[in-house]
Design a protein around this ligand. Structure first.
Ligand code: ZN
Ligand code: ZN
Length: 322
């Protein structure tokens, strides 16, 4: 029975399937996890997020390897459908500065895959996950990601996304557009003059204007709408004020906290298996000093987890060999 399985057993299975490039079983486990996520029982619902956090901690390097190598590992026919699970696991793990730093170290391998995700049209959810990943990566990578993003055609992709969402206003699409607006605001703040000029020439500002007018007229009141409007305003201010806000003012940690807060479904748990307590508002968790990936509600939990095996699992160095 699904309910009796421990967080560790899901994580262990996923790790094994990742190591074996066994997409079929990876998908099977992930489908079970999605059922937990859809559960009305809080315990099951939260366990979905516990498993994902744990995967991000113990299998951070495996995930990076999986994303980077996924085009080589999959046949053409299944490449995109395999990417759905991979990107889901990956983008949910982009929730700590340490993990994102590790990912950015491999940007030349990771970015082609993320751009494949946003350029395909079969799975809108995959597009959204791709944009989430791009935004979270640039929060930490800052100016070092501007040129790679521009080279991969970020502006063309953002433009096309906003343009093709002009039809029906749907909640998942609004979220995608909100990430487009966030990315434009980030590129304006972090990019140089040439980047700014390219954005102005790209027609993105006009498309965003049109979209926002439609959105306001539609009178829908999802949380995501506020996101679009907030980042639309931020981008707008940067257009008007010129390079008033400087890349130096960009604080990765604060931006990531702000970003995760907007996502209603981000929970932080104590990493010690016997505890796995959820972080309450205002409560400060400790990070493992070495990997900075595992988090603890107390020094006691940290010590316990170290003894229980984190000592062997704790990641150090920069990441996997590709
Ligand atoms: Zn704890
Ligand atoms: Zn550690």
């Amino acid at each position: 029975m699904a309910e009796t399985r421990s967080i560790e057993s899901y994580v262990l299975d996923l790790c094994q399937y990742i190591d074996a490039w066994d997409y079929e079983n990876m998908n099977n486990v992930y489908e079970t996890l999605l059922k937990m996520r859809a559960s009305f029982k809080e315990k099951h619902y939260l366990n979905y997020w516990r498993v994902l956090q744990c995967v991000g901690e113990v299998a951070a390097d495996k995930l990076i390897y999986l994303v980077a190598k996924s085009p080589v590992a999959s046949c053409k026919k299944h490449n995109i459908s395999n990417l759905v699970t991979v990107m889901e696991l990956f983008s949910e793990s982009l929730s700590t500065v340490a993990f994102i730093k590790r990912v950015n170290h491999y940007k030349s391998d990771i970015l082609p895959v993320v751009f494949t995700a946003i350029e395909q049209r079969e799975y809108p959810e995959l597009v959204r996950k791709g944009f989430v990943a791009l935004y979270r990566m640039i929060i930490v990578g800052k100016t070092t990601l501007v040129t790679p993003y521009m080279k991969h055609g970020i502006l063309r992709n953002i433009y096309q996304q906003i343009k093709c969402q002009q039809g029906v206003i749907r909640v998942d699409c609004v979220e995608t557009v909100s990430y487009c607006a966030k990315l434009v605001a980030a590129l304006l703040q972090l990019g140089d003059e040439e980047t700014r000029r390219s954005i102005l020439k790209s027609n993105i500002p006009n498309e965003l204007d049109v979209y926002v007018v439609r959105l306001k007229k539609s009178k829908v009141n999802w949380e995501e709408v506020d996101d679009v409007l907030e980042f639309y305003d931020q981008a707008k201010m940067s257009f008007l004020l010129g390079s008033n806000s400087k890349p130096e003012d960009w604080n990765s940690k604060d931006k990531l906290i702000e970003e995760l807060k907007q996502d209603l479904e981000v929970f932080i748990f104590c990493s010690s298996p016997p505890c796995r307590k959820i972080q309450a508002d205002q409560e400060k968790f400790l990070y493992c000093g070495q990997c900075k990936l595992s988090r603890y509600c107390s020094p006691g939990c940290q010590k316990e987890h170290w003894k229980l095996g984190h000592k062997e699992m704790c990641l150090h160095g920069n990441g996997p060999k590709l």
